[in-house]
Design a protein around this ligand. Structure first.
Ligand code: DX5
Ligand code: ZN
Length: 224
C-alpha cells in the first residue's frame, strides 16, 4: 500500500490523469510525469455505460503498476463496480473511487474496498448535491469532487465544485474526519489555485499537465 497523508496547508498533491497520456509510449510518459513531480497517478476507468466513453480496466492498471511506484488511484466510472473490486485490487491499484450515482449499495461496496486493503473513495458529479454523500463521509479515505461531467478529458471547469470543496473541508473538521478532498476536471493553474484556496488537497489534471512543454513547471504551479 502506497498512499499520502493530507498535504501541507495551502498546497496540494498533483495528480496526472493518464487519460491524456500517450498510451503508445505509456512508460515514457509515466516516467516523465514522475520526474516532473507527480504525487499520485489517476486512472480513469470508463465502461461506456455509466459514462458515454470507454477507456480501460484492470488489465491496463496492472501494466501501470509494473512501471510505477507512485500511489495509483482508480476512478471507477462504471456500473456494477462491486463486481470488479477484486480484479482492480489484484491489478495492484492503491485506491478505488466509486460514484454515488452508479452504485445501488454504497456502504457494502466501500466496506469491501477497505477489506481488500485499498483506500476508499467516493465521487459525485457536478449536478449531484453534496448532501447525497454525507452519510458516507466517515467511511471514506477520499472524496473526489467532479468539476466536469465525467466521460471525457479537456472539458471546462465547473465552479460548482468550489462550494462543495469548502463545505467538505468544514464538515471534515467538524466531524474530526481525515479524508482527502480531491477535485477532477478542467484543472489548470487558475482553477487549481481556486480549488486550493477552497480547501482541495489533491488536484487531478489531464490535458493541461500532459499538454505542457514544461511539465515540471506546471506540476509546481498546481502544488502551490
Ligand atoms: C473525466 C475524468 C478526468 C479527466 C480530467 O471523466 O475523470 O480525470 O481525465 O481531464 P482534464 O484535466 O483534461 O479535464
Ligand atoms: Zn477522473
Amino acid at each position: 500500500m502506497n498512499w499520502l497523508p493530507r498535504p501541507a496547508e495551502g498546497t496540494a498533491w498533483v495528480v496526472p490523469s493518464l487519460l491524456s497520456a500517450d498510451f503508445a509510449n505509456l512508460q515514457a510518459d509515466v516516467a516523465d510525469m514522475t520526474a516532473a513531480g507527480a504525487d499520485f497517478l489517476h486512472l480513469d476507468v470508463m465502461d461506456g455505460h455509466f459514462v458515454p466513453n470507454i477507456s480501460f480496466g484492470p488489465f491496463i492498471c496492472r501494466f501501470v503498476r509494473r512501471i510505477s511506484d507512485l500511489p495509483l488511484d482508480a476512478h471507477l466510472m462504471i456500473s456494477h463496480a462491486d463486481q470488479y473490486l477484486a480484479a482492480f485490487a489484484e491489478a495492484g491499484v492503491d485506491g478505488l473511487t466509486i460514484h454515488i450515482e452508479a452504485e445501488a449499495e454504497i456502504g457494502p461496496t466501500l466496506q469491501r474496498i477497505g477489506e481488500l486493503g485499498l483506500k476508499r473513495g467516493i465521487s459525485l458529479n457536478p449536478g449531484t448535491a453534496l448532501d447525497d454523500i454525507l452519510p458516507w463521509l466517515d467511511q471514506v479515505d477520499l472524496v473526489l469532487v467532479m468539476s466536469v461531467q465525467p466521460g471525457f478529458g479537456g472539458q471546462k471547469f465547473n465552479p460548482v465544485a468550489l462550494d462543495k470543496i469548502a463545505e467538505l473541508k468544514q464538515r471534515r473538521a467538524a466531524g474530526g474526519l481525515d479524508f482527502l478532498i480531491n477535485v477532477d476536471g478542467g484543472i489548470n493553474d487558475q482553477t487549481g489555485a481556486e480549488c486550493r484556496a477552497a480547501g482541495a488537497d489533491v488536484l487531478v489534471s489531464g490535458s493541461w499537465l500532459f499538454g505542457a512543454t514544461d511539465r515540471a513547471e506546471r506540476v509546481a504551479l498546481l502544488r502551490g
